[in-house]
Design a binder for this molecule. Structure first.
Ligand SMILES: Cc1ncc(COP(=O)(O)O)c(C=O)c1O
Length: 437
């Protein structure tokens, strides 16, 4: 059986359960493709991150990076767990507002926030705007002047630490589109501009070194580097950050080849590094913020699909096709992300064959799992891909004019529809007819 499942997830009928509900029943009730979230896993992961800060007696924020999966229901669960969120667009911010999320707990990220987005952030009093570039400092200043108000800001810097990860999802090294460069002096110049601006309250510094990270040392190096910068800035400009934000990137298990560390291990190493480094440099201990996205949403999510056609060519690996694909999970096609799949009506069945688990989209690269190990299947069977909760639904598209799937939350044996399945009418809702004039 997949390492990502526990015996408790198999019911008396031998079926996969999610949040205490039979996955085959979810598929029958809500149809497939279907994104299902086990809400207790979301809550538990947040609590694990928080507990380490509390044990260490450190001021903190666990700020869920909502790009991983952002819906009204998700924002409500995050708020129920008294965590923060970060948003990267007006659309995520709008969704959080619709969810009634407390704006003081929102950080606004992004490498090209436009004026209307900054207006929206300022007029809704978001907790902190994470400055990314000089253009944004000017834009924000204009917006603050127009509103005759002030805002808390942080500065995102590229600390020159690159964690071991796939190129497309690594963002902390110098040659990156995100943040102020440190070594060329850009970051110090930006700091001076912000400190000189009475409308900006400089809360702290931020770095995000990459994603799906399995080692502590990248975080330790980045944390130490951020304190070193804080000490330099203290000496040069008399400025001490209240917050050091080390971003997200905590790795999760997608397949048996992934061996992630526990959330507690990451937080403990980060907190201890910052404590030590601050004390060595004679700085006050700052609050420590983290921004886990994948590690909160990923393991809680399951994608349910129905098996359809099959192509067998003698001497070649067979293609088994399901009713979803790159439109609801582009990660395998985009950067060769890997997953494991099980049969919903028999997740413990021994695999008997290796197939290409293909999607239904008109694109040869639309393969959800290249070497899926599965028992025998027949059309109509429901397959569950595990750990798809992060960057799956949130990157979904209408490619081939396929409607995006529904999303269901399950907790304590009860399911709830939290995003409706798109209809064909939804697909043409914004289209307008055209006639040459
Ligand atoms: C600034 C920032 N924080 C947090 C995250 C979340 O990373 P992850 O989902 O890997 O935890 C990202 C991901 O791109 C990010 O850019």
């Amino acid at each position: 059986m997949s390492e990502q499942l526990t015996n408790q997830q198999i019911n008396e009928a031998g079926h996969l359960t999610i949040g205490g509900v039979d996955a085959t029943k979810l598929a029958a009730q809500y149809q497939t493709p279907l994104a299902v979230y086990d809400v207790s896993k979301i809550r538990n992961q947040i609590r694990r991150f928080k507990s380490v800060f509390e044990d260490n007696g450190v001021d903190y924020a666990v700020s869920y990076a909502s790009k991983a999966f952002a819906t009204i229901a998700m924002y409500q669960v995050i708020d129920q767990e008294d965590a923060h969120i970060d948003v990267v667009s007006g659309g995520e911010l709008y969704t959080a507002i619709q969810a009634g999320f407390p704006m003081a707990h929102v950080s606004f990220h992004g490498n090209n926030k436009f004026q209307a987005e900054l207006e929206m952030a300022v007029s809704n009093h978001v907790g902190v705007i994470v400055l990314d570039n000089f253009h944004e400092i000017e834009l924000l200043n204009d917006v603050l002047e127009a509103h005759d108000t002030s805002a808390a800001v942080m500065m995102r810097i590229t600390p020159g630490v690159s964690a071991h990860t796939h190129e497309y999802i690594s963002t902390g090294q110098e040659d990156s589109k995100f943040g102020f460069d440190l070594n060329s002096g850009q970051a110090a110049k930006a700091l001076q501009q912000v400190l000189a601006n009475p409308r900006m309250n400089m809360l702290g510094i931020h770095a995000h070194i990459g994603s799906q990270i399995f080692e502590l040392n990248g975080f330790q190096m980045a944390a130490d580097k951020l304190v070193e910068i804080a000490a330099d800035w203290h000496a040069q400009f008399g400025y001490q950050p209240e917050v050091i934000n080390v971003g997200g990137g905590f790795g999760i298990q997608y397949t048996k080849d992934d061996h992630p560390l526990a959330p507690e291990a990451f937080v403990d190493a980060i907190v201890k590094t910052i404590k030590q480094s601050a004390s060595d440099r004679g700085l006050d201990m700052p609050a420590v913020w983290i921004e886990p996205g994948r590690s909160i949403a990923g393991p809680a999510g399951y994608s349910l699909y129905t098996v359809g056609s099959r192509k067998d060519v003698p001497g070649l690996q067979s293609y088994l096709t399901v009713d979803g694909g790159m439109g609801d999970n582009i990660r395998p096609a985009l950067y060769q992300a890997e997953y494991e799949a099980v049969l919903a009506n028999d997740p413990a069945a021994k695999p008997t064959e290796t197939v290409h688990l293909a999607g239904k989209y008109c694109e040869s690269g639309d393969i959800l799992i290249d070497n899926a190990k599965l028992p025998a299947t027949k059309p109509g069977d429901v397959v569950a891909i595990l750990d798809t909760g992060a960057y799956g639904y949130s990157m979904a598209s209408n490619y081939n004019r396929n409607p995006r799937p529904a999303v269901v939350f399950v907790e304590n044996g009860e399911s709830a529809l939290v995003v409706e399945r798109e209809s064909y009418a939804d697909l043409t809702r914004l289209d307008r007819p055209y006639q040459a004039k």
